[in-house]
Structure formats: C-alpha cells, structure tokens
Design a protein around this ligand. Structure first.
Ligand code: NAD
Length: 459
C-alpha cells in the first residue's frame, strides 16, 4: 500500500486525514491519499523559495528542468507502472503516451528556454525591450485522465519562468505527482520551489484558487469546475488559464484514404478508453463511404485494446448516457455492456442513428462511447461539427479538402489525416465552453510570466 504525502517546503508531510485511492482494474485499495484542506503552509514555503528561484538565470533553471527530465527518464518504467496502476490504462499507453510525454515536457521547456531570444522593438529614437518577470506563486490544478502528462505540462513552464509552484493533481490519480515530488527532492531541487499537495477539489483545490497570494491559476478539468474556478479567481484579477471539456468531431470526407482514416478515427475514438479531452467522440462520415467505413471500423474495433474507465462512478455516468442514447432513438452497433469482472470495465460502445443535436451527441461523456453521424455535403459536415457548445479539437480525413474544412471548424485545434500529433511549440487550447487561453511554447511562457516593457533612450 502506497502512502502518498504532501510535499511542502522540501519535506513530505501528512495532514490529519487520508482517504483511499481505488484501482480501476479491480476496485482494490492501492494507496492512501492526504485529505488536505489548508493551503497556508504550502503558500508560506512557496513564498520563501520564490525570490532566490526567480533570481536564477533562465539557463540555470533550464538546467534544473533537464535534471528532472534525466532523473525521470532513468525511472521511466516505474513511472509508467505507477500511472498504469492508478488509471488502469494499458502499460503500453502509460509508457508511450504518459511517461514519455511527462519527461518530454521538462526536456522541451528546458530547450525552449535556452532558445528564447530577447524581444526588442526599435523606434527611431528609442529601444523597447521586454522583460519577462516571474508572476510569483502559481497554482496548478489537473485532472485524472493524463495525470503527470498534464501536470508536468504546467509545472515545467511555471518553473522555467521563475515562479514557485503549488500543484494539485486529481485526487483520483495522485501517484505519479507524488513520484515526481520524490524525484525532485532526490535531485536537490531547492526546497519550496515545487510544492505538491493532495486532496479533494472543492476543498484544497478551492483553497488554492481563492488564496490571495497565489497570483495565477492554471486549471485543466471539466467545464462545470472551470466555471467555479473562474468565478472564484476573477474578482482577485488572477491570471487564469482554463483548459476544459470537449465534444470533438472526426470528419471523414468522401475522398478519405480509408487505410489511414479507419485506424486513425478508431484511435481518436478509444485511446485511453476515450478519456482524453481531444478524443473524437462524434464520428461524421460521408454517405458515399459510410457502409465501407463502418464495416472496417467495427471490425478493427474488435482488436483495439482498451483498459477500464477511471472508476465505477464514472462508468455509471457513461452507462446513463448509453441508456439516454437508446431513449433518444439510437442504435447500439457495438458494446454497451459491462463485462463480468471486478473493476470499472466497460465495452467500447458505438451508437448510430441519433440526431446530431441530441443530448448524447452534444454533451461531453468522456468515455469509450462514440456517436456516428452521416452527412451528404461539406457544408453539412461543418454544421454538425460546430453544433455543440464545445470547441476544443477535431480531425478531418480527406485527400484533397482537409485544410479547407479544417479552417471552418470552430475549435482551437484541428488535425488533418492524423490525430493527437503534437508539436509542443504550437498553441493548445479551446474556444467556446472548452476554455480560455492557450498553452504550449511561447503561449505558456506568456502565461507564466509578467511581460514588462522597458523603453530606453540613451545616447
Ligand atoms: P474535474 O473538473 O472534476 O477536476 C479537475 C481538477 O479540479 C481535479 O484536480 C479536481 O480535484 C479539481 N477541482 C474540483 N473541484 C474544484 C474546485 N471547486 N476548485 C478547484 N479545483 C477543483 O475534472 P476531471 O473529472 O478530473 O477531468 C475530466 C475533465 O477534464 C473532462 O471534462 C475533460 O474534457 C477535461 N480535460 C480537459 C483537457 C484540456 O486540455 N482541455 C485535458 C484533460 C481533461
């Protein structure tokens, strides 16, 4: 049994109460998690550490990020095993998606920091230069679906820009954040620069968001929680980044190469049991290729490996959407049932015949469940893709008209003939109810720093 502890000021400490971390694989208790309610000790430690951390040069902080990456890399197998244990995802996904990317987040921002050039703007009689100061103490809150992947995506740029950090992973998947804390103390990261505290969102998450000394909040999670976070932080004029839910469309045009589109759309549907904000949970197919696409999609689905969903409560939510889909007139083409085994398993589920405006087809389900929709023209595909309140991502599968359609999708990211193909320099984020702000490359640097213009006239 793992006993997760808070990392505050370089020390591992426990609050009075703990609660259980349950395995999605078989519902056994795998760890004890601290139920932290008070953020003040972490704020104190972060405040103490920030001036000297912020006083290091960018290149010294880049070296620290590299050290973290090196140390995680040596332990990549352990990291993947912990992520797989906590989330139930197949080891191959935990290793090649989660662990790999978590390490790369530190590596990427170390290299990015070294490559940053001074930003100057010359006038006839003066020079402007941009100083990027740390914000101070920043609060980072992340969800359970890609635990360390998403948390390290915030920690690395926050540290790079000289902030001290209070990070709160999801209470459902705390193990790899705890592991990161252990790695950072082993390599001697200065005390209080990275504080990692655990507990329930409405308790310690809320305490972070409402603490006046925490000057910026970077939040990734559900849209409903994002509204609470925004309402709490906005009156204090905190900097706020919100990466929220999605209901993304995978659009397969009549000229798609099905050898690429079928496995690509399937992966977008069910990778990580459909529990990635970028997953294509609505599959839009041109009528002329519908039968061939669906027969190949359903056949390839038979051999697609997925793990359980995150827990039984989440499975109940997905099952309620399967019931809703039937009530709304949907036809279950595959899955829909709970396998007879312990844990939070659920068959990957494909539903056809629903209106694209139905609740099932417009609300975020965040599980291994997709709805299938036919269309007859590019205009109709675009209308269906844009009909939800969300606007995070999407994909278009076409030999000739991919870009044309991609530009008309109301979302922050669109892939053409691929999905989840990531260059960490590009902007990542959503429009509409999918969030506010962008992460990645210069966008993360901008968020985690205060840009100050200094205008100089010298002779
Ligand atoms: P969630 O909103 O329930 O929780 C996210 C985090 O917020 C957790 O750490 C939680 O403890 C904390 N939290 C909960 N209530 C809080 C409060 N009142 N104040 C402060 N913090 C609080 O989301 P989840 O169920 O963990 O994750 C699934 C959701 O995340 C889905 O909607 C998914 O689309 C979204 N997501 C978005 C992205 C993105 O980049 N846009 C990436 C991954 C997941």
């Amino acid at each position: 049994m793992i006993k997760v502890k808070n990392l505050i000021g370089g020390k591992f400490v426990l609050p009075a109460e703990c609660f259980d971390d349950i395995s999605p694989l078989d519902s056994s208790v795998i760890a004890q998690i601290p139920r932290t309610r008070d953020v003040s000790a972490a704020v104190k430690a972060a405040a103490l550490a920030q001036p000297s951390w912020g006083g290091l040069s960018i290149s010294e902080r880049c070296d620290w990020l590299d050290k973290i990456a090196d140390s995680l890399e040596l332990k990549i197998e352990e990291l993947a095993q912990l992520e797989s244990l906590d989330t139930g995802k197949p080891h191959e996904v935990a290793l090649n998606v989660d662990a790999e990317r978590s390490i790369n987040n530190f590596r990427f921002f170390a290299n990015f920091g070294r490559s940053m050039k001074e930003e100057t703007f010359e006038m006839k009689d003066a020079t402007n230069y941009i100083l990027r100061k740390p914000i101070g103490i920043v609060g980072l809150i992340s969800p359970w679906n890609l635990p360390l992947y998403l948390l390290s995506w915030k920690i690395a740029p926050a540290l790079l820009m000289g902030n001290s950090v209070i990070a709160k992973p999801s209470e459902i998947t705390p193990l790899t954040a705890y592991f990161l804390g252990q790695v950072c103390t082993e390599i001697g990261l200065p005390n209080g620069v990275l504080n990692i505290i655990h507990g329930y969102g409405p308790e310690i998450g809320h305490a972070i968001v409402e603490h006046p000394e925490i000057k910026a909040i970077s939040f990734t999670g559900g849209t409903a929680t994002g509204k609470i976070v925004a309402a709490t932080a906005a009156p204090m004029f905190k900097k706020l980044s919100l990466e929220l839910g999605g209901k993304n469309a995978s659009i397969v045009l009549d000229d798609a190469d099905l050898d690429i589109a079928v496995p690509g759309v399937l992966r977008a549907s069910f990778l990580n049991s459909g529990q990635i904000c970028l997953c294509g949970s609505r599959v839009l197919i041109h009528s002329s290729i519908y039968d061939e696409f669906m027969s190949r999609y359903l056949s390839e689905l038979q051999s697609f490996e997925i793990g359980p969903v995150i827990n039984e409560a989440h499975r109940s939510k997905i099952l309620s959407y399967i019931e809703l889909a039937k009530e709304e007139g949907g036809e279950i083409l595959a899955g829909g049932k709970v396998p007879d085994r312990p844990g939070a398993w659920l068959e990957p589920t494909v539903v056809a015949g629903l209106s694209h405006e139905s609740r099932t087809a417009t609300e975020e389900i965040f599980g291994p469940m997709v709805t299938i929709h036919r269309f007859d023209s590019d205009e109709e595909a675009i209308e269906i893709a844009n009909c939800t309140d969300y606007g995070l991502a999407g994909s278009v599968w076409s030999k000739n008209r991919g870009r044309q359609i991609a530009e008309k999708i109301d979302s922050g990211m669109v892939w053409v003939n691929t999905w989840l193909h990531r260059d960490l320099r590009v902007p990542f984020g959503g429009v509409k109810d999918s969030g506010v702000g962008r992460e990645g490359g210069m966008w993360s640097i901008g968020f985690f720093s205060e840009a100050v213009n200094i205008c100089v006239i010298e002779d």
